[in-house]
Ligand binder design. Structure first.
Ligand SMILES: [Zn+2]
Length: 252
């Protein structure tokens, strides 16, 4: 297993040969020391606001099972959310659900530009390279987790398959998957701006793509992550043969 390391992005299983390229934009809660936890207490700085708990572990198991390349961010999304374009207000959020982020308040253009250049651009460039250099890349799958309670409201959905302009893989997975409360475009959708990676690296490269959102209470333990990866592998490998060779834009 080859692991290459760059400041803001890591490629796991870089020699993976599967046609699926895996992505985990919210893999890490790491906040570089210079930001002094962005003014947050340890509790907030390690919470789901800072990363997607369980997502990276699940994605690693999935990468192992498929023998797929996995590109993951190594920086907290509170420093820079790699699933957001630089112009998005939530790329460096001053508020996230119940937390205000003191270290993101009133950022100067220079401060923003520093984070864009040091975290977003390397991530974006590495993912583009990993796709471009891959001999058979045909599918982009991003792995995320979400909190069971958001703004005080319990979320019944357990797994969401989200799509951007090409819905084929998400819809096919919805057909083949079972055993959980699984819904399309839940708990978020395209209108929430969460499909940036899918659009930029999936749709624009002509790759089939899906964003998988897993409720994080289902991937708390290592064995839960391993089990979830088994389900995802099954659903993905059952879905891929059903897809048209060329992805078709199904949503305008
Ligand atoms: Zn996420």
């Amino acid at each position: 297993m080859q692991i290459t390391t760059e400041p803001a992005v890591r490629v796991y299983n870089a020699q993976g040969v599967h046609e699926i390229i895996l992505v985990c934009e919210h893999a890490s809660a790491f906040i570089p020391e210079q930001y002094q936890n962005l003014g947050l207490d340890n509790n907030a700085a390690q919470s789901h606001a800072a990363w997607d708990p369980g997502a990276a572990n699940t994605a690693h198991y999935l990468a192992d099972r498929l023998n797929a390349v996995l590109v993951e961010s190594t920086i907290s999304r509170l420093v820079y959310d790699c699933n957001r374009p630089p112009e998005s207000a939530t790329a460096m959020p001053a508020k996230s659900e119940i937390f205000t982020i003191p270290g993101n308040r009133n950022l100067s253009d220079e401060q923003k530009q520093y984070r864009i250049e040091n975290y977003y651009n390397p991530f974006k460039a590495q993912l583009a390279r990993s796709i471009e250099q891959h001999p058979v890349a045909a599918v982009l799958v991003t792995v995320h987790s979400f909190t069971p309670v958001y703004n005080g409201i319990k979320r019944p959905v357990e797994i969401g398959f989200l799509h951007d302009q090409n819905s084929q893989l998400a819809e096919t997975m919805l057909d083949v998957a079972s055993g959980y409360n699984i819904q399309l475009n839940q708990p978020y959708g395209i209108a929430d701006g969460v499909t940036h990676t899918l659009k930029l690296h999936g749709v624009e490269n002509g790759l089939h793509n899906v964003m998988i959102e897993i409720r994080n209470d289902l991937i708390q333990s290592d064995s839960q992550c391993r089990q979830m990866a088994e389900h995802l592998e099954l659903w993905l490998t059952q879905s891929l043969p059903k897809l048209e060779t060329q992805p078709r834009l199904t949503v305008e």
